[in-house]
Design a protein around this ligand. Structure first.
Ligand code: BES
Ligand code: MN
Ligand code: MN
Length: 454
């Protein structure tokens, strides 16, 4: 039997397994779901055992558990591929915008709808299905596979970093393969060769010791809401350039040949705007939209809160104002360096009538992978064969913080073979994964094991 016919014969079973996986409400940021993450990790461990993985272990951490396991090839000179993915998901709010319960998956036409369908359970599941397929069709694997599946990616992989430091030996191998990125366009096979990094801050501005009557006091002292707005507006020029001194110091330019390749990608600016309900793209001047998304750092406000926000009017001078600000980083910016520069600059911008507090959250380093890596080439052949189309190389605007640590700590490169799409609502209501792309993913990964052994 061929790989593709095994996959189509077992599509229903694969989907059933995925639906069970998706039913675990594995929201890593919320303490009330701790038990669900444990249950999910154990369920996945049992599934790995059923596929004949050995040394399957659920490692408890101070946070959520990490799954490891090994499947050995009978070929003693087979390379070892590490598979990384995450079973945790983002919160589901606003809940009322979901068509159904986010953890009750359903199929609507080509759409598998549930939290985690695209990011990342659906893609982790492609790996399991492809391994099952390969074993069923060929009896054994041509590569050794080591699993490393975590439950804290969406909260910065805080416990995975020390874990890989402590388990260097067990995590030895040749390369990581990760499906947590996307296709550039419908049915267009895509390899991602760059991820942005991240730094994340909470900035709180405090004024008077309590909310005040804005008539009695307005005009006499600083208003934290207004001052925070002013502070934020000073972080970028009207040309979209970030004003933090030294922010761009280590930003690496994009080689001309890479720029030329990006310019040939099927990117339609008007369609992009239409899908997002905006009239035009914008951002740092002098760069194309794809360059700004993939090769330029950003500074974004992720949340903003102050004063009276209920319906109606209240004349109040608020005591405090809060915001969350993050920066996406590109090679060779260092999160620690940017954190220092951000904190110093923002502290200087604090008006004399206010007090400022800056908190740091999790972050991660940017990543660039070498396209000439033999496993990237194997990925390219696998995709080409599965899609019957020439794969494209792209970067991603998003971040997978652990990927840089795989290189720094384990000296391992990563092949980023992802099958979701930007419009699949990752982190948003009604997250979905295309069933068609799910099948392409399983077909591609089934081929990848063979190509990686060549
Ligand atoms: N799978 C995404 C990363 C991603 C997004 C890759 C888009 C390619 C395209 C991942 O689960 C994610 O959401 N990462 C967070 C990291 C953060 C929480 C530390 C991100 O990018 O915001
Ligand atoms: Mn993800
Ligand atoms: Mn995510």
């Amino acid at each position: 039997m061929s790989v593709d016919s095994y996959i189509s014969d077992h599509q229903e079973k694969f989907l059933e397994g995925l639906f069970t996986f998706l039913r675990f409400p594995t929201i890593s940021t919320s303490v009330s779901h701790q038990k669900d993450l444990i249950d999910c990790c154990e369920w996945l461990a049992n599934h790995a055992r059923s596929l004949s993985f050995e040394k399957v272990q659920v490692h408890q951490t101070k946070g959520h558990p990490i799954l490891t396991g090994e499947l050995r090839s009978p070929n003693p000179s087979a390379p070892t591929i590490l598979v990384y993915g995450h079973y945790d998901v983002q919160p589901v709010d606003p809940l009322h915008l979901w068509r159904k319960d986010p953890f009750e998956p359903f199929l609507d036409g080509d759409r598998i709808i549930a939290r985690g369908a695209a990011d990342d359970k659906g893609q982790v599941w492609m790996h399991f299905c492809s391994i099952e397929t390969y074993l069923a069709v060929y009896g054994s694997l041509p590569v050794n596979i080591k699993l490393l599946i975590e439950g804290e990616e969406e909260i910065g992989s805080v416990h995975l970093i020390p874990f890989i430091k402590e388990h260097k030996q067990e995590l030895s191998g040749d390369v990581f393969v990760i499906s947590d990125t996307g296709l550039f366009a419908d049915e267009l096979p895509t390899i991602c060769d760059g991820l942005r990094g991240l730094v994340y801050f909470e900035v709180d501005l405090y004024g008077p010791n309590r909310d005040l009557h804005s008539g009695t006091y307005g005009g006499s002292i600083d208003n934290p809401a207004f001052e925070l707005a002013r502070l934020i507006s000073r972080l970028k020029t009207d040309k979209g350039v970030i004003t933090i001194p030294g922010f761009y110091d280590h930003v690496r330019g994009v080689p001309e040949d890479v720029k030329a390749l990006w310019a040939t990608l099927p990117f339609d600016e008007d369609k992009y705007c239409m899908e997002l309900g905006v009239h035009s793209t914008s951002g740092e001047s002098g760069f194309t939209t794809l360059e700004r998304l993939w090769a330029r750092p950003t500074l974004e406000v992720n949340g903003l809160l102050s004063g009276f926000v209920e319906s109606g009017a209240k004349t109040v001078l608020p005591a405090k104002a809060h915001c969350k600000i993050s920066c996406r980083l590109v090679p060779d910016q260092e999160p620690k360096d940017i954190e220092r520069k951000f904190v110093r600059f923002v502290q200087e911008l604090c008006p004399p009538g206010c007090r400022i507090e800056i908190k740091l959250h999790h972050g991660g380093k940017p990543v660039l992978v070498d396209r000439n890596n033999r496993f990237i080439q194997a990925g390219k052949r696998a995709l080409r064969d599965a899609f019957q189309k020439e794969p494209v190389f792209v970067r991603a605007g998003g971040s997978i913080p652990i990927v840089a640590a795989f290189k720094d700590v384990l000296n391992l490169d990563s092949v980023l073979l992802g099958f979701s799409q930007p419009n699949e609502n990752a982190h948003s209501p009604n997250e979905w994964l295309s069933l068609k792309h799910f099948i392409y993913g399983v077909r591609s990964l089934s081929r990848f094991w063979g190509e990686a052994a060549k």
